[in-house]
Design a protein around this ligand. Structure first.
Ligand code: RUB
Length: 328
């Protein structure tokens, strides 16, 4: 990316954090994206309103390019920048205030959404259910911990989630809440599925047809759940629904460094072995029983309706453009 403006250190750190996954999970990535916009706005030194707006667009495209798959990232940036554009600001100070309050509004709405998802999701859980989850999703954790606090569940199977092992974060979090956590290797999903009543996972992106893009391996869990007639729920804020898929765009799947799969030494010793590390996959809508959002629990086929409600009326005005292309 050509650096037209100098962005403050905090913005670059957030970009790097998202890229190297020290900031991870679609919800958290979205929150940090708006924090980055806030930091960028605060740091702007000029006095021309037009220049401020151009600078903010630049900051938005920079932060959006950190990771390709979770649509929460461009959606969070779009949330702030489209509203900023519509405000017809007349001074830089006013612009800065607008960005700060929009970013805070986004974060508040995101926190509230997680609570509602927890409540609505826990209603779908029956007393004594055994749950399975994959990766680390704040929205799925919200459903599981709310159901636990309501005295409905006790046992949860957590898949370790190779290669980045986000399952360890989930296992730790749920155990600290008091749940009985059983961590299992990814490859044992079908073996354990017969002991499970419901699967709850998160989402990085939900497409207009209700397909769910989430951490690699999710679609295999869905397959095993379907075979065992175990209900498969996806917990997600609506800012993870992709308006780009309304325009017929496909969701780009991130491919990461082979060194996340094997170490450098092994790679050097086995130069003739190719390693491929895609980190998300697509679960088709037929495998999803329901999507739990802050606007209600919907069948995957209703994803389109939610997208039209949020983006349909003024698709052109929202400033949507084709998502950034991702080079492997
Ligand atoms: C994280 C992942 C999570 C979703 C939802 O992938 O796939 O399931 O992002 O998480 P990564 P949340 O670790 O590669 O970012 O519900 O917290 O938004």
């Amino acid at each position: 990316m050509i650096h037209e403006y100098r962005l403050p250190r905090e913005v670059v750190e957030i970009y790097e954090g998202i890229k190297n996954m020290s900031i991870r999970g679609a919800g958290k990535i979205a929150k940090y994206a708006v924090i980055a916009l806030m930091k960028a706005a605060e740091d702007f030194k000029g006095s021309e309103t037009r220049d401020f707006l151009k600078y903010m667009e630049y900051a938005g495209s920079y932060i959006k390019s950190a990771r390709p798959t979770a649509v929460s990232l461009p959606n969070a940036v779009t949330y702030v920048l489209t509203r900023l554009r519509k405000q017809n600001i007349t001074s830089v100070d006013e612009g800065k205030q607008v960005v700060i309050s929009l970013a805070q509004e986004f974060m508040k709405r995101a926190d509230e959404a997680l609570k509602v998802i927890g409540e609505l999701g826990s209603r779908r859980i029956e007393n004594g259910d055994v749950i399975m989850t994959h990766c680390h999703s704040t929205a799925a954790v919200s459903v599981i911990t709310t159901a636990y606090k309501r005295g409905k569940i006790n046992v949860v199977y957590v898949k370790e989630t190779r290669p980045a092992l986000q399952g360890l974060i989930t296992a730790k979090t749920l155990a600290e809440e008091g749940l009985e956590v059983i961590m299992i290797p990814d490859s044992s999903v079908r073996y354990f599925m017969k002991k499970v009543d419901k699967v709850v996972v998160g989402a990085d992106t939900v497409a207009a047809n209700g397909a769910v893009v989430n951490k690699i391996g999710t679609s295999l869990v869905a397959l095993a759940a379907k075979e065992a007639r175990v209900r498969f729920y996806v917990a997600t804020e609506t800012f993870k629904f992709s308006p780009y898929t309304l325009l017929g765009e496909l969701v780009p799947i991130e491919v990461r460094d082979p060194r996340e799969v094997v170490d450098e030494e092994w790679l050097k010793e086995n130069k003739n072995v190719k390693i491929f590390n895609p980190v998300f996959d697509v679960t088709p809508p037929e495998y999803v029983d329901a999507i739990i959002t802050e606007k209600g629990v919907i069948p995957p086929q209703a994803a389109l309706l939610l997208l039209i409600e949020d983006y349909g009326a003024d698709l052109r005005e929202t400033g949507l453009s084709a998502p950034i292309t991702w080079e492997e």
